[in-house]
Design a protein around this ligand. Structure first.
Ligand code: NAD
Length: 373
């Protein structure tokens, strides 16, 4: 029996002796604060964030946290209570100059508004403590679209290396939430053909290109991608192996793996999701000559505009959307050139180019401060 099981058994015996109410017993047994979700996953995501912020050269480190739940199965008031309790438990661990949470999968501007409100009850109004807030609460213009927009800027920088642009190329997107739907919309705007998309509800395709604005309306009104007038339903498992120029996984981690990598028929993969390609798939795809733009660069647009939001909150000065988008493009394009330089210097692929860039920056700063073992 491990230490936790043994201690809990002793506690339960004592509770029984004392005749404690079951509710009290449960509440005493559950730790007040346990900063643990899936330690390996969160650790990996925190690491990715560290290298990501270094790749785009913004003055942040890396951390990650979350709640293990299925938000779409919860009511709005359940989500609010869950978020507020989470904020109560971590309010003294986060702060404007300590750790600044931002939305990720399953969370949005409303979540950040609740976090801000709960934090402010303890510390006073502190808009810079979270980013990705609603505009009315100090959020940045352009933040909601930022990760998808950054994905598109990154894709354009990559395609330009091959004398190509989005116009006329075919795109397949897995995931149609914040990141996937914005990427799809902006690619569509640029004349790219988004020929297949999927989400948790299913997948649709049209070889001539989907009308993304209409698809978004359809999804909003029916709650599903399926049965869209102007597309055929397709097997979601076929999406990642659908023939296209650019595949953009924008949902879950580990979706490209040993089972499907050799069937992938894309020329380029842009990793909008975090860690969508496992190492075995990475090797198989590289051997096939597929060019992969890695997550720590491709999806860095979100944290970059989070940084802009934080800067605006601290300055108390709001930028217009054009400035946000122009600055984002400047950061993403600069980072791409820096990655390419590392690829040249170390004769490596884009993933290693991005990692060496990020790790080297953090290592240099660590050395300058004086490393103590
Ligand atoms: P989101 O919750 O808004 O959307 C997730 C999408 O994935 C939804 O459309 C959902 O239906 C779909 N999905 C879930 N399971 C699926 C499945 N099995 N098959 C197909 N689709 C599925 O999340 P998001 O913010 O768009 O994040 C998507 C990815 O991008 C995540 O990996 C996230 O970590 C990464 N990311 C997000 C941000 C950001 O700013 N939101 C920044 C960097 C990276």
């Amino acid at each position: 029996m491990n230490a936790l099981a043994a201690t809990s058994r002793n506690f339960k015996n004592a509770a029984r002796i004392l005749g404690l109410d079951a509710k009290i017993e449960r509440s005493l047994l559950i730790p007040f604060r346990e900063i643990k979700v899936d330690p390996d996953e969160v650790n990996a995501l925190a690491q990715l964030m560290t290298w990501k912020t270094a790749v785009v050269d913004i003055p942040y480190g890396g951390a990650k946290g979350g709640i293990g739940c299925t938000p779409r199965d919860l009511s709005l008031s359940e989500l609010e209570r869950l978020t507020r309790v989470f904020a109560q438990k971590i309010h003294d661990l986060i702060g404007t100059h300590t750790d600044v949470p931002a939305p990720d999968m399953g969370t949005n501007a409303q979540t950040m508004a609740w976090m801000l409100d709960e934090y402010s009850k303890f510390h006073g109004h502190s808009p810079a403590v979270v980013t990705g807030k609603p505009i009315d609460l100090g959020g940045s213009l352009g933040r909601e679209a930022a990760t998808g927009r950054g994905v598109v800027f990154a894709t354009e920088a990559l395609l330009a290396e091959y004398g190509k642009s989005c116009k006329g190329l075919t795109f397949v997107i897995q995931g149609f939430g914040n990141v996937g739907s914005w990427a799809a919309r902006l690619i569509h705007e640029r004349g790219g053909k988004v020929i297949a998309v999927s989400d948790i509800t299913g997948a649709v395709k049209n070889p001539n290109g989907l009308d993304i604005d209409e698809l978004i309306k359809h999804k909003e009104s029916t709650g599903s991608l399926l049965n869209f007038n102007g597309a055929d339903n397709m097997d979601p498992n076929e999406v990642l192996i659908h023939e296209c120029d650019v595949l953009i996984p924008s949902a879950l981690g580990g979706v490209l793996n040993r089972e499907n990598a050799s069937s992938v028929r894309a020329k380029f993969i842009v990793e909008a999701a975090n860690h969508p390609t496992d190492p075995e798939a990475d090797e198989i795809l590289s051997k096939k000559g597929v060019i992969i733009l890695p997550d720590i660069y491709a999806n860095a647009g979100g944290v970059t505009v989070s940084y802009f939001e934080w800067v605006q909150n601290i300055q108390g000065f709001m930028w217009d959307e054009e400035k946000v988008n122009n600055e984002l493009q400047r950061y993403m394009t600069q980072a791409f050139h820096n990655i390419k330089n590392m690829c040249k210097t170390y004769d490596c692929n884009l993933r290693m180019g991005a990692f060496t860039l990020g790790v080297n920056r953090v290592a240099r700063a660590t050395n300058l401060r004086g490393y103590e073992a």
